[in-house]
Design a protein around this ligand. Structure first.
Ligand code: ADP
Ligand code: MG
Length: 194
């Protein structure tokens, strides 16, 4: 399917993703661990677009990314604030965490000036599919799907309320073509430690 979002994974202009992976994440703790793992791959200027329904675990994943980047927290679901900057505590890029859930149009996204100094930051946008991709020539798209019938309840680290999620990761554009080391991102073996 052409056009982002048609199949939940996105495919701008029919382009093939440079990197692609799909994993099952059984618990919220593992979603944070996935974020920490991802943070090691992120560089200043990177854009990460998170999509998935309310309660899917987007903010939970951002909490892990923030821990991995060692930026100042806490990372919470923005309610009145649409975007927050979390400065680095130990060098490295700051994290810009934006929630596009309340934004209805490209014009409103532009008003955020998200592209002002994002060259120096890692920018993570929740629910931004179809809205923010054009801000960057390359981006990492992460789609979280809820799957209540999965095996999460038997997981040894599961807490009450933990339910498995299916996470699809796709890297678009030159940045992720260069980073396309499938052993690091695309191949599920990279996530065995989670
Ligand atoms: N496998 C899982 N991954 C992520 N979160 C999970 C998982 N299982 C249960 N949860 C819970 O689901 C909720 C996700 O909330 P949140 O991260 O704010 O979602 P979103 O930002 O997508 O709306 C949290 O309460 C979290 O503890
Ligand atoms: Mg959220």
């Amino acid at each position: 399917m052409a056009g982002p979002g048609a199949d939940g994974a996105g495919s701008p202009a029919g382009q093939a993703a440079a990197v692609h992976g799909e994993i099952m994440v059984a618990t919220a703790a593992r979603m944070k661990a996935l974020g920490e793992h991802l943070a090691a791959l992120l560089r200043p200027g990177d854009l990460v677009v998170l999509t998935g329904p309310l309660g899917a675990g987007k903010t939970t994943l951002v909490q892990g990314i923030a821990a991995g980047l060692r930026v100042r927290g806490p990372v919470t679901s923005p309610t009145f604030v649409i975007a927050r900057i979390h400065p680095a505590l130990q060098g490295g890029p700051a994290l810009v965490h934006a929630d596009a859930f309340r934004l209805g149009s490209r014009a409103e996204i532009d008003d955020l000036d998200l592209d002002a100094d994002t060259d120096d930051c890692v920018t993570v946008v929740e629910w931004g599919e179809g809205l923010v991709e054009e801000l960057a020539p390359s981006y990492l798209q992460i789609t979280i799907a809820m799957n209540r019938r999965g095996p999460g309840g038997t997981d040894s680290v599961a807490e009450p309320g933990d339910e498995p999620r299916t996470v699809v990761i796709a890297g678009w554009g030159e940045r992720w073509a260069e980073a396309a080391d499938p052993a690091r991102l695309g191949r599920t073996g990279a996530w065995d430690a989670l």
